[in-house]
Design a protein around this ligand. Structure first.
Ligand SMILES: Cc1ncc(COP(=O)(O)OP(=O)(O)O)c(N)n1
Ligand SMILES: Cc1nc(C(=O)O)sc1CCOP(=O)(O)O
Ligand SMILES: [Mg+2]
Length: 479
């Protein structure tokens, strides 16, 4: 994947192309770069702003060694520039992911960058944009409103915008607020995602430039769009926390740099926590019947999950009841996947929920019944949302490709798993997806607490022996 940065030149590197390129370098993402225009700015004045000659721009775009897969667009000084970029985009063999940070005013003295309205300047580009990152002033200039759902509707209707909206809240915080909330609206996802960071006290330049560039870098590194927004927010927080010292290369691995992530369907509740696990380590087989719970009950494992996907409700209740009885008799931590009402009614040890289940489950009822809660996560956004709900454990998957469930597009790999383990310090992490005897050592090297497996046990020719041996290896490594 390759990145192209298109933004205005500002000689001090406080904002614009220099700032963008330095940030991308710091994240180890090499980028091609073209100046959309020239500015002369100080902290308090915009002395000059002019667009690059469209013919020069056209030739520079044609001169690129390879078509980019991700493009960050910053200041667009006139409609001719936008038209040249849009025309060039239509000639590319593959549609790139375009992040557009609409720059309305100079970050120094807040003078408009152009006499044209923002809408006029950006209109040719907006149909190409995958992520638009306006602040509330820029959103008002484009859509006539600062309400996120309305903004998205206006952009879709007036500009044929089909992308995701990240509405930055930094310009609309009041004196009393101690947090800044960015809202993320993804087309076809009815939820409103909220990303909250502590409010910074000092006024800073180049914030929008750096955020959108960090997001574009995360996209270039293969992250999904919402995860890239979360990572961008963390990069920016770390950048300002350490400035003027340079930051360590790579993605932040300190939780306090990351935004608190929530959705309007499940706002976080500061008072609600779920009980801790009694044995927060070891192998964690995921099985589909009470018979399997019985087979594995004497292998030394401490944790099991009953994951029944299709069954009549009477058969399901029967299976859950039997599995709980066996688990209680052998002091096993038995989690029930999906069926949280039956888990509460029948007194299970815990419930395991996926992200979609979270939108409909009654978390207060689960917590009030004293059940443990495990939550599946696939990437930064889900991990942070889950962490904010203070579960008993977090599952990170799929670590490797797996035949058991379609996890395409959600393979995390060892590097991300390692960062997620660091971020989740204090909450046990379960690794799941494609884990077997051959790759277990790499998984354990990330310091995960538990290892969940389906096929490594249930498709084995000697399930009890393998459950025992794998559990011994996980336990040895954790002590
Ligand atoms: C330990 C563990 N991790 C992840 C999952 C997956 O849960 P979910 O996303 O709800 O998907 P289904 O299992 O319901 O298909 C899990 N079950 N256990
Ligand atoms: C059920 C499930 N959930 C996953 C996730 O990533 O959320 S991966 C997965 C399947 C795990 O099976 P196996 O151990 O056979 O690869
Ligand atoms: Mg589920």
């Amino acid at each position: 994947m390759s990145l192209l940065i298109l933004s205005g030149f500002e000689a001090n590197g406080m904002a614009g192309l220099l700032a963008d390129d330095r940030l991308a370098n710091g994240l180890n993402i090499p980028a091609a770069a073209i100046a959309t225009g020239q500015t002369a700015q100080t902290a308090s004045a915009l002395m000059h702003a002019s667009a690059t000659d469209p013919n020069v721009m056209q030739q520079q775009l044609s001169s690129l060694n390879q078509p980019p897969s991700v493009i960050k667009i910053g200041a667009v000084f006139d409609v001719a520039t936008a038209q040249v970029i849009a025309n060039w985009l239509s000639t590319l063999p593959h549609r790139p992911t375009v992040v557009l940070d609409p720059v309305g005013l100079s970050s120094g003295d807040h003078r408009p960058l152009s006499t044209m309205t923002l809408g006029e300047r950006l209109a040719p580009l907006l149909p190409w944009v995958s992520l638009l990152t306006p602040n509330t002033d820029e959103a008002k200039a484009l859509a006539g409103t600062t309400e996120s759902v309305q903004i998205l509707r206006v952009l879709q209707a007036q500009y044929d915008f089909r992308g995701t909206l990240l509405l930055k809240g930094g310009h609309s915080v009041s004196e009393q607020d101690d947090v800044v909330t960015d809202e993320l609206l993804v087309p076809d996802d009815p939820r409103r995602w909220q990303l909250q960071q502590p409010k910074r006290l000092s006024k800073l330049r180049g914030t929008g430039c750096r955020l959108s560039t960090a997001i574009a870098c995360a996209l270039t590194d293969g992250y999904a769009l919402t995860d890239a927004c979360v990572l961008g927010s963390a990069v920016l927080h770390r950048y300002w926390r350490l400035a003027p010292k340079p930051t360590a290369p790579g993605w932040p691995d300190t939780l306090s740099d990351y935004p608190v992530v929530s959705t309007d369907t499940h706002p976080t509740s500061p008072d609600r926590t779920f009980p801790a696990l009694d044995w927060p380590s070891g192998l964690y087989p995921v099985v589909d019947s009470a018979q399997w719970v019985q087979r594995l009950a004497n292998t030394g494992i401490r944790t099991l999950q009953l994951r029944i996907k299709h069954a009549r409700s009477d058969v399901l209740s029967d299976q859950i009841r039997q599995a709980i009885e066996i688990a209680n008799a052998h002091q096993l931590q038995l989690f029930i996947n999906d069926h949280w009402q039956q888990a509460i009614e029948l007194g299970a040890y815990g419930v395991h929920l996926g992200q979609e289940d979270l939108d409909t489950a009654d978390l207060a009822a689960i917590a009030n019944a004293g059940l443990r809660l495990g939550i599946s996560t696939h990437g930064d956004t889900e991990l942070l949302r889950a962490l904010a709900l203070k579960p008993s454990y977090l599952a990170v998957g799929a670590v490797f490709p797996t035949q058991t469930k379609d996890m395409s597009g959600q393979i995390q790999g060892i590097g991300r798993l390692r960062r997620y383990v660091r971020l989740s310090k204090g909450t046990p992490v379960v690794a799941i997806g494609g884990i077997n005897v051959q790759n277990l050592a790499d998984v354990l090297d990330t310091n995960v607490d538990m290892v969940a497996v389906v096929s490594a046990v249930t498709a084995s020719t000697a399930p009890e022996r393998d459950a025992h041996l794998l559990n011994e290896r996980v336990m040895r490594c954790r002590h």
